[in-house]
Design a protein around this ligand. Sequence first.
Ligand SMILES: C[S@@+](CC[C@H](N)C(=O)[O-])C[C@H]1O[C@@H](n2cnc3c(N)ncnc32)[C@H](O)[C@@H]1O
Length: 272
Amino acid sequence: MGEISPDFPEYDNQTTEVWDQLAEWWDDKIGDGNDFQNYLIEPSTERLLALQPGEKVLDIACGAGRFTRRMAALGANITAIDHSEKFIKRAKERTTENADRIEYMVLSATDRSALMSLGQAKFDAAVCTMGLMDMSSIEPLISTLPKLLKPGGRFVFSVTHPVFNSGTSRQVAEQHVEDGEIVITQGVTITDYARPFVYMGLGIMGQPIPQHYFHRPISLLFNTCFKHGFVLDSIEEPTLPEELKGKSRMPLSFNNMPTMPPVLVARMVLKQ
Ligand SMILES: C[S@@+](CC[C@H](N)C(=O)[O-])C[C@H]1O[C@@H](n2cnc3c(N)ncnc32)[C@H](O)[C@@H]1O
């Protein structure tokens, strides 16, 4: 069997159009933070990045720049890229502090030569929060990062969990009686996992149009990084706290499954 590609380049243009159409709605909805960002993505990413003031960081698929601004507040200098002009416009509008430490650019992470133009051995670290599963192609980015990063540089990314929150995963509930009491158990079923595929999904309930998701099994995601000289250095599978149980308007939300991780966060480091 030949090597399986993680990429779907035929979707490169479509995904840019879809994200441009979603950007303003998306930012209005979660630009000030939601449970996933506050409890899962940002704390884990911050921990794994372990930023030092003055470090140079590439923020890939920055959206409206919420995490970009957090890193700048921690003293880092950020180059933040996104392929959506509308997201970058929002990001600039929202940046009122530490603007001298942030440069926003419209640039697709699927465009190898545009990535190379960012500068060789320039960054101490790269970060991509909740972006890789939205990217039609990841090989251009992951193969270029070793050139953009300084020797030993780190790449921290978060994705919707490839097992529990991707592709065909379905949130389910079962009800039974135990010792005379009704017990409801929530979990996840998965019927298609071990191959990459594209599907249309919803990142936020009620969004005006669905977005493409690119399901990649864990082995394919990490093997793409290993192939280009990264090693896995640290990994987190954060879960939502008990106190959020029942606090979502979605009855089968991950809020009600405090032992199921909806996201996966990893730190890759360049082999020296
Ligand atoms: C779920 S949002 C995450 C945004 C931000 N990183 C955050 O955590 O709030 C996914 C982002 O990926 C961006 N994206 C998808 N494909 C991209 C590509 N090829 N190049 C750059 N950005 C891309 C989208 O425009 C969007 O901003």
